[in-house]
Design a protein around this ligand. Structure first.
Ligand code: ADP
Length: 468
């Protein structure tokens, strides 16, 4: 027998919830893995690129440190000797015309006569090199990018990296001779470079990774749906077998039960043949077999609804107002016997398409429960009204109510609340399961709100039939 897994999930909300939980847990795990993976890649690449930039700056600073001595010499000559004042940007009119470029400094040499060590100054775009004297005063600079901050007062002898806005720098103290004998540096060199390109590159990487994550997450979603379906298959198959077993067992029980009930009916039709001491026992057997018969019929009804999709061609137009009126009349006596006021409030006419006997069963179960679980003196009110597309029926009682933690179990087969067992022994725990199955087959919903000790309201929404 082929079972439609989708409909089993729909008719079994807790399995549907399990499927959703499995699916979302799977997606959450994948999202965490993808997030951690992309963060790790981004972190590694960013660190590597920073490291490369740092190394490069140190190389530039170390190379430029070799020219510090000659630059210091040339700078002193230029700024102290009037002969060279013309080479200064302001003709040497300031006390200390700072800073000047390497090209200006070397301007006093004829082309080709420049000392080889500074003949090829480093002037790439977005970089800059600065030479400072022993007091940390800027003397000469070359390039296009320089930090605005002065040199730090204390510096590691190996040099230090600094970040100022988009500028990364390496500051190197320069020592002449043996470092171990030299207490203080003879000057400083600062090499700087813009991190704009690096940041743009990292942003591109971020974009690429984000796109990758979205694409992989898309595939993971499809994979998740497939995996969830696969992992639920055995559960659904077991459930299916269980339901099949229940259906078969109920079916097999039906015939012997019918035979028993028929035999009892025959015996009861001849009371003169029954020993008076056995009459009561026979009555107990008769009512137990009636109860069992009802149970078997309920199970078969549920099994049929589980297996077959509704045949809507066999449905009829049902006037809910009339159906409810009949039921309230039918249950009026029973309610009166239990001193319960059973009321009907018809606020509208409403027609629905459906199976008359199933809809009757749905509202019978709700009204019977209302009467069952309400104390003498209480009220059960059946109301009908309509929204634009739906008929809305509420069955409200002033009975024992349902604890909030019991609500999720309410529509489970054979579930009964402890307080209900104490209150009323006869129930089977199938009534609400049937009510829910009937509602769902008719495209509607059945919901409950309840306050323990104050009463419950069951609400059925059913789609209205197209015409009245
Ligand atoms: P039954 O009434 O035969 O026990 P149902 O499936 O109709 O089975 O109801 C399941 C359980 O839900 C009941 O045993 C009871 O605990 C609770 N219940 C149903 N209707 C009401 C109600 N109107 N008020 C309080 N509890 C209810």
């Amino acid at each position: 027998m082929v079972w439609d897994i989708g409909s089993i999930l729909i008719s079994n909300p807790r399995l549907g919830n399990l499927r959703n939980r499995l699916f979302w847990s799977y997606l959450a795990v994948i999202a965490v893995i993808l997030g951690a993976f992309s963060a790790a890649i981004y972190g590694l690449v960013a660190r590597d690129r920073q490291h490369q930039l740092n190394l490069h700056l140190r190389q530039v600073a170390t190379a430029s440190a070799g020219t510090l001595e000659i630059i210091q010499h040339e700078y002193e000559e230029l700024t102290t000797d009037d002969e060279y004042a013309d080479y200064l940007p302001n003709n040497g009119k300031d006390d200390r015309p700072l800073p000047i470029t390497l090209t200006q400094l070397m301007g006093k040499y004829e082309a080709g006569a420049m000392p080889a060590v500074v003949a090829n100054p480093l002037t790439p775009v977005n970089q800059g090199v600065e030479w400072f004297d022993v007091q940390g005063q800027l003397m000469v600079r070359e390039g296009t990018l320089f930090p605005q901050t002065p040199l730090p007062t204390t510096l590691d002898v190996e040099g230090e990296w600094r970040q100022e806005g988009i500028i990364r720098s390496f500051i190197l103290p320069v020592y002449s001779g043996d470092l171990s004998l030299q207490a203080s540096p003879t000057g400083y060199v600062r090499a700087s470079e813009s991190t704009v390109h690096l940041e743009a590159e990292l942003r591109r990487l971020q974009g690429g990774l984000a796109l990758g994550v979205v694409v992989v997450a898309g595939f993971a979603t499809l994979g998740g749906l497939w995996l969830t379906r696969q992992s639920l298959k055995p559960v659904l198959e077991t459930l299916t077998q269980l339901k099949q077993f229940t259906a078969d067992a109920s079916h097999e029980l039906r015939n012997p039960l019918t035979a028993i009930r028929a035999s009892i009916a025959v015996m009861q039709s001849h009371p003169e043949r029954i020993h008076p001491a056995d009459a009561e026992k026979l009555q107990a057997i008769a009512s137990a077999s009636d109860q069992m018969g009802q149970l078997v019929e309920d199970l078969l009804l549920l099994a049929r609804m589980d297996r077959q999709t509704p045949d809507q061609r066999a449905w009829a137009m049902i006037a809910l107002d009339e159906l409810l009126e009949d039921l309230v009349t039918l249950y009026g006596d029973r309610a009166a016997q239990q001193q319960i006021d059973l009321k009907l409030e018809l606020n509208a006419n409403a027609d629905v398409n459906g199976d008359a006997s199933q809809l009757q069963r749905l509202f019978t179960n709700l009204i019977a429960n209302g009467i069952q679980y309400t104390q003498a003196g209480g009220t059960v009110t059946v109301r009908l009204h309509r929204s634009p597309f739906q008929a809305v029926v509420t069955v409200q009682d002033t009975g024992i109510g349902i604890l909030p933690e019991q609500v999720p179990h309410l529509f489970d087969r054979f579930w009964r609340a402890d307080q209900a067992r104490n209150y009323h022994e006869g129930g089977s725990g199938l009534g609400l399961a049937i009510a829910q199955a009937v509602t769902q087959r008719h495209g509607g919903t059945l919901t409950v709100s309840s306050e323990p000790g104050r009463g419950s309201t069951f609400t059925v929404h059913l789609p209205l039939a197209k015409t009245r």
